[in-house]
Structures are given as C-alpha cells and as structure tokens.
Design a protein around this ligand. Structure first.
Ligand code: SF4
Length: 446
C-alpha cells in the first residue's frame, strides 16, 4: 500500500506596501515571484514567517510612516525585510532598527526574493501553475497599473527619485504590451500607465523596436499609446510632461482609442519658481497648449498637482499661480505644501517660506480650485457618462467616469434599480455635482 506523505505547510510572507503607484507595481512583482515559488501570504504580521515592508522615501512624512511600519512589523513578527525607496538610504533604517534582516532599494526584486529565501527556505515544489498569468495584483481586479519605465533623467530640485531609482530605463514595447494584454485578458478594464516621466518613454533606448505579435513596435510614446489603444480597455496616462510631442496623442484621445485624460504634474506656474524647481518642459506655452488640446478633444480632462510655499516663492509668484489656475481651468488638481526632503537640492535654496504662510497659501489655492472644479463638474450634469463601477456596498454604488483616476480624483455616486457588479461599465445619467464628485442613476449596463 502506498504511503501518504505529510506535506509541510507552505511558508507565509506578510507584506506592507507603502508609497506611490510605481512602488505598488514593485510590490506586485515581488509578490508574483514569491507566489510562483510556492510561498503563501499572511494577512497579519503574527501569522507570517517573515514580513516584507516596501517603503516610501519621497517626503519626510512618508519616511516616518515607513519607519513606523517597520517598527510594527518587528514588534509583532521579528523577521523583517525592508525594500523600496527608503532602502536607498539604509543607514537611516539601520540607525533605528539594526535588527532588520536585509535592506534593498527600489525595484531590486531579486534581492528581496533572495532575502526571503535566506529567511525562510523556498518550498520544495515551485507550484508555478498557481500564479495567474497576469501576476498577483494589489489593485481590484478591474484596474491595474502598467509601469513602462524606471527612473528619471530630470533633476527637479525638490526630488530625490533620480538618486533613489537612477536614470530612465524604458521597458521594451513588446514586453509592456504583453503584460497589458495579459491584464486585459484576465478581466482588467482600465490600464493606468505609470512611470516617473511617461512622455520620455524610450528616449534612453533611442526608441528601440521590439516584437509584438507579428510586427516591430518602437519604444515610443505615440507608438505605445496606439498599440495600447487597440487592447479594448480604458487606457489612462499618468505623469506626462508637456513636451511638444504630447500633441501627437491628442488625436488618439479624440478618436476614443485612449482616455481623454492627461495627468501633468505642473507643480507651479511662475516661470521664476519653475526655473528654480528645474521642471521639465517648463518653458512650453502651457496655457495655449491646453486650449489647443481642448479644441481638438473637447472632452479632455486635465489633472495636475502643484506645490505651494516652494523656497523663494513670493506673494507675487503665488498670485501668478492663482491667476494661471483661473485661466487654465484645470479639471482635477491636487496641492501640496512644500516639504524639505533630506538630500534634495531645494533644501539649500534661499527664502524658505514660513509654515503659516504655506498653510495660508494652501487654503487660498484650494478655495480657488474648488470653485473651478465645481463649475467644470457642473457642466457634466444632464449628460450620460460611461462609469466603471469600483464598489457596491451597503453604503451605495461608487464608480468612476473617464474623468476620474482611482485614488486621486473624484468619483461618481450611482443609484440603480437593478443589480450592478463591480468591474462593469454602465451608462449613468448625471443629475447632480459638487466640488469633487458627480451623482447619477444607471441607464443601462453595457
Ligand atoms: S520628473 Fe522631476 S519630480 Fe518627477 S521623478 Fe523626475 S526628477 Fe523627480
């Protein structure tokens, strides 16, 4: 009689993912690799054999949050592997927590997986077939971030990302498209294209072509957008800078191939402050460009982020930005108070702005933008919009139109007489709006 052998339970990994969408993609890659090797995941620190903390090091507040997550994981578990942006300055972590097992910087997937192997041996059976082809996603099933490059060639004075992640390294177009196709096949309805500088895609490889299906596709912003537009999902572009070649993709938006949505982090409007920030494409005539984009594609949503209280920002510079905002009439805007980041060049600039002045400017900025946002949303009332449903709970149905990126923009609050499922795209009649959100009822599921 054959003897049955007891199978040892698979070792469990706990995971904390902090920071931006780029860090989230790193987390997904690490989790996918570990799952492919047969590791399982624990929902709490206590139930894990080791914990990985993917840190964020962008702002000092993010560093504090990262350090606190490491502290919690050490207290509750004891075996902690640290990776991510804050891992690029390991001494800051070691000074506080000398007992962490290993520290690596961003996108160092192999090193993280090696550290896991050392902490808890790899299971005997790799169980590769347990991993879905699209990998492990931390986002809901119906949308996913698609990272097209790592690093950045710009040197904005307030930012240490190039120090942490290095210069631009673009992925081959064929590889990006294969990943995108797998995601769409697995049920993803919306692809969120991310990188540090999406419009610079391929500059580092001189737009090298790679195979996709039966053809060569160049690693070029326009060519990649064209191909992504053929996959049958919503394609949303983040972190685009207003370089002249961005005009080329507006037609794809007008033709409904990719979403009429541009996320351009302007950060300021005053030429003097932009120069001191060393922002890319700062000299382009942005107001005129936005007007021409809207002419070619009237449904275009322009989203941006700004910083108030940058060193040297005078009341005149700030007022210039408010006037610019009134003229630009951007649809979606986020605003941050300037924060010193250790080792950023902007720390050494003169004219640091007092905290209470930053606060006062932030409030004035938000007041102006809320009015603009409310009036732009008001224009959608009476229209019928496609809405991708994100959640259906006892509190209600919440989705997003083509104007709204997850996490950072507003939402559409939906009522429906019939059943509606998350991940479906429905037609919604918009009957009300406020500063950030729309309200409407479902017309018909598509
Ligand atoms: S574009 Fe500027 S802010 Fe963005 S990652 Fe590059 S250096 Fe940092």
């Amino acid at each position: 009689m054959a003897k049955t052998q007891a199978v040892a339970p698979a070792p469990k990994v706990g995971f904390v993912s902090l920071g931006c969408a780029k860090a989230l993609v790193d987390s997904e890659r690490i989790l996918t690799q570990l799952r492919a090797e047969g590791y399982e995941f624990a929902s709490d620190f206590g139930g894990a054999d080791v914990v990985i903390v993917n840190t964020c090091g962008f702002l000092d507040t993010a560093r504090e949050e990262s350090l606190s997550a490491i502290g919690d994981a050490l207290a509750e578990n004891g075996k902690v592997i640290v990776t991510g942006c804050m891992g690029a300055t390991p001494e800051l972590i070691r000074n506080v927590y000398p007992n962490v097992l290993s520290i690596t910087g961003p996108a160092q997937y192999e090193s993280v997986v090696d550290a896991v192997h050392r902490a808890i041996p790899r299971p005997h059976d790799p169980w590769a077939d347990l991993v879905p082809p699209q990998g492990i996603k931390l986002t809901p099933r119906h949308y996913a971030y698609l990272k097209i490059s790592e690093g950045c060639n710009n040197r904005c004075s307030f930012c240490i990302i190039p120090q942490l992640r290095g210069n631009l390294v673009s992925r081959p177009a064929g590889e990006v498209l294969l990943e995108a196709e797998k995601l769409v096949t697995s049920g993803v309805k919306e692809l969120l294209v991310v990188s540090q500088d999406t419009s610079a895609y391929g500059i580092d490889t001189k737009y090298a072509a790679s195979m996709w299906k039966d053809r060569q596709v160049k690693a070029k912003f326009l060519d990649l957008c064209k191909e992504l537009g053929e996959l049958g999902a919503w394609v949303r572009l983040h972190y685009v800078y207003p370089y002249p070649h961005v005009d080329e993709i507006i037609q794809l938006m007008a033709d409904g191939k990719i979403l009429p949505y541009l996320d351009i982090p302007f950060q300021h409007a005053s030429p003097k402050v932009l120069k001191s920030m060393r922002r890319p494409a700062a000299s382009e005539k942005v107001i005129d460009r936005i007007a021409s984009w809207r002419k070619a594609c009237p449904d275009m949503t322009v989203r941006s982020t700004f910083i108030v209280g940058f060193p040297g920002e005078t009341e005149e510079d700030f007022q210039y930005m408010l006037d610019w905002l009134q003229e630009a009439q951007l649809d979606r805007v986020g605003c941050f108070r300037y924060e010193n980041v250790s080792s950023a060049d902007s720390n050494n600039l003169e004219g640091h702005v007092a905290e209470e002045v930053k606060e006062e400017r932030w409030n004035r900025f938000m007041e102006v933008q809320q009015e603009i946002s409310a009036s732009r949303l008001q224009k959608r009332v009476g229209k019928t919009l496609d809405v991708l449903i994100d959640s259906v709970t006892e509190e209600g149905i919440v989705g997003r139109s083509k104007m709204d990126a997850p996490e950072i923009d507003g939402v559409v609050h939906v009522t429906s007489k019939g059943r509606v499922l998350p991940g479906t795209i429905v037609k919604v009649n918009i009957d009300d709006s406020d500063e950030y959100d729309l309200y409407g009822s479902i017309k018909a599921a598509t």
